[in-house]
Ligand binder design. Sequence first.
Ligand SMILES: CCCCCCCCCC/C=C\C/C=C/C(=O)SCCNC(=O)CCNC(=O)[C@H](O)C(C)(C)COP(=O)(O)OP(=O)(O)OC[C@H]1O[C@@H](n2cnc3c(N)ncnc32)[C@H](O)[C@@H]1OP(=O)(O)O
Ligand SMILES: Cc1cc2nc3c(=O)[nH]c(=O)nc-3n(C[C@H](O)[C@H](O)[C@H](O)COP(=O)(O)OP(=O)(O)OC[C@H]3O[C@@H](n4cnc5c(N)ncnc54)[C@H](O)[C@@H]3O)c2cc1C
Length: 666
Amino acid sequence: MVVASVDNLADERSKAQFDVGAMKIVWAGSKHVFDVTDRMARIVASDPEFRKDNRTTLGRKELFKNTLRKMAHVVKRANELRLTEEEASKLRFFVDEPGYLDLHWGMFVPAIKGQGTEEQQEKWLPLASRMEIIGCYAQTELGHGSNVQGLETTATFDPKTDEFIIHSPSLTSYKWWPGGLGKVSTHVVVYARLVSGGQEHGIYGFIVQLRSLDDHTPLPGIIIGDIGTKFGSGAYNTMDNGFVCFNRVRIPRNHMLMRFCQVTREGNVCLSDVPKQMVYGTMVYVRQTIVSDASWALSRAVCIAVRYSAIRRQFGSQDRGIETQVLDYKTQQSRLFPLLASAYAFRFVGEWLKWLYADVTERLQANDFSTLPEAHACTAGLKSLTTSVTADAIEECRKLCGGHGYLCSSGLPELFAVYVPACTYEGDNVVLLLQVARFLVKTVSRLAAGKKPVGTTTYMGNAEHLMQCKSSASSPEDWLKPSVVLEAFEARAFRLAVACARDISKFSTPEAGFAELSIDLVEAAIAHCEVIVVSRFIEKVQQDIPGDGVKEQLQILCFIYALHLIHKHSGEFLSTGCITPEQATLANEQLRTLYGQVRPNAVSLVDAFNYTDHYLGSALGRYDGNVYATLYAQALRDPLNDTVVPDGYEEFIRPVLKQTMRLSRL
Ligand SMILES: CCCCCCCCCC/C=C\C/C=C/C(=O)SCCNC(=O)CCNC(=O)[C@H](O)C(C)(C)COP(=O)(O)OP(=O)(O)OC[C@H]1O[C@@H](n2cnc3c(N)ncnc32)[C@H](O)[C@@H]1OP(=O)(O)O
Ligand SMILES: Cc1cc2nc3c(=O)[nH]c(=O)nc-3n(C[C@H](O)[C@H](O)[C@H](O)COP(=O)(O)OP(=O)(O)OC[C@H]3O[C@@H](n4cnc5c(N)ncnc54)[C@H](O)[C@@H]3O)c2cc1C
């Protein structure tokens, strides 16, 4: 059945004022990445083994087995098609189902690459890449996650046998949460307190075999299982997040990842000449990948909400004629278009962060550790900012789709449930923002000592100006000047950071001040992270961008992104004196104009994400716009509709009806 709604999207597409094909390349990052991504997405979409529309109706056991089947199929297809690492990782991505492969490739392998010696890499990486072993990453414990220094698991060196004894001394020391651990992994990188010669030497990673490679049973001394069902139907329940208790499990000495710290045969602990934080390297790597992933999740939700808002009509007609597309309501636009702009903003900052990470890695390899604090602050801050915004945005997109957004067939409830733990894993978002704040306060105090700030804090070098400047915006159009926008963001961030540093110094100790002012510090950290995102977006739109109208659309989105933040944080922009109430009003006026400019292009701007219907997994977000027929078809497929008269009628409905009839006769 083709309904009128389908035409809506064709109409919308005909209004586009830019080259959608060229925008697809900009979104992907390059023609090469576009081609690979497009091919992998289509392979997944066309393979019935990767069907996912029944996920929310399956029980946990069935769901998990289903994921195991898909993961095995991924591995099989990757081998059959001789996929490169890049292609295989895209293939896994489009399968769109959290599973042990994410942790194997996303954390176990990177941990060995980052923290293993060359010899250790030569031993373990081929086994892992051929998947002769399956690995995961176990850092968090029942009692401690954020506080890594508080981990209790011990790795005690026994010089008699040349082994480490891995031990969980208490219930709170059980490893708890690692994905892939509960039921699948054969090996794990465990983080534990290194003890040698009766002394503690800090937290390090150790490779431990968990299960027999013959029959998958846990090895002696290991108690292991799944931690239980998680939030939402389907969602992250495809993953076997697990617990493990080690009862004096012995591993060979060379199973300690020894790139940054070696334990000799005699038990001497030799630290290499590198900062101890290098042990946290896997987290930095993964945080960086999470920023890129945020733009995918956000753009997916926005794609669904934009297409559906073009289809959905409510009110506005006289005598039952055609109603208004909800996308035409300014309130809908003011909720949706900043999210569309944020998706593009996060995509570009994610690409930049990837570059930064590669640059820092190269420097670290050359024993230059100077950029490590900035890399930590950027990855921690941007991970926190982008995941918090994305989680909230998915929920906002659900509401933007009205009642139908609440149906699992909209794809949004499951997307939210899968995505929201990103605010917690790889570092709780508030804890990470406090790390950024620590970095900022240090930068401000170094500034006072005459040190020049570098990297993303370079703007703070313009201290005198940033403390005094008053915005020159005197018309709505002035808010389209990159220099005006940037100055406001930089001044707000700098003034907030300086105020925190100044107020901390009034306390008896910096620690006391930091603890007491942590609410302000978190706000200063967010302001700094927003400077990074806004300035990267501005930089992007100032480059040469091929394709008719592409640059113009990105400019519109860039200013929507910046001006909606000025509106959102107007309290901070005003209280720090960076802008006046009149200038805030002008910014809002400009924002409204920009919404009008993006409106005819909205559907094409989400088409540029190039998502398949399989990946979107949404009746509301379908490319062809055939929303209502799909909703109906999916409702009919619900297990509850297998029979017309429900199971339970005889036992529970009929007796009630009978009882009611009896009562009414009385
Ligand atoms: C291509 C495919 C990719 C696929 C990707 C797949 C991803 C799969 C995703 C799957 C989903 C979920 C997996 C989830 C996994 C996990 O969650 S693993 C567990 C993660 N755990 C955490 O993140 C814990 C968070 N806590 C911490 O990081 C630290 O404990 C914390 C930073 C909060 C504090 O550390 P302390 O040692 O106590 O440090 P502190 O005293 O505050 O600071 C000392 C000093 O060190 C600096 N620092 C801290 N961290 C780092 C770092 N990572 N790098 C560099 N420097 C760091 C800190 O700033 C201080 O510096 P200063 O100069 O003394 O101020
Ligand atoms: C889906 C999922 C997958 C995961 N996968 C893995 C995995 O594969 N491997 C692994 O090792 N771990 C994994 N984890 C664990 C994850 O890394 C931790 O949950 C995370 O680091 C947060 O730690 P926590 O749970 O101890 O939170 P807590 O630190 O207990 O946080 C609780 C609250 O306290 C606040 N808080 C804590 N410290 C401070 C502070 N200093 N100042 C202010 N507020 C503070 C937090 O903001 C939060 O509101 C996973 C978690 C989830 C949800």
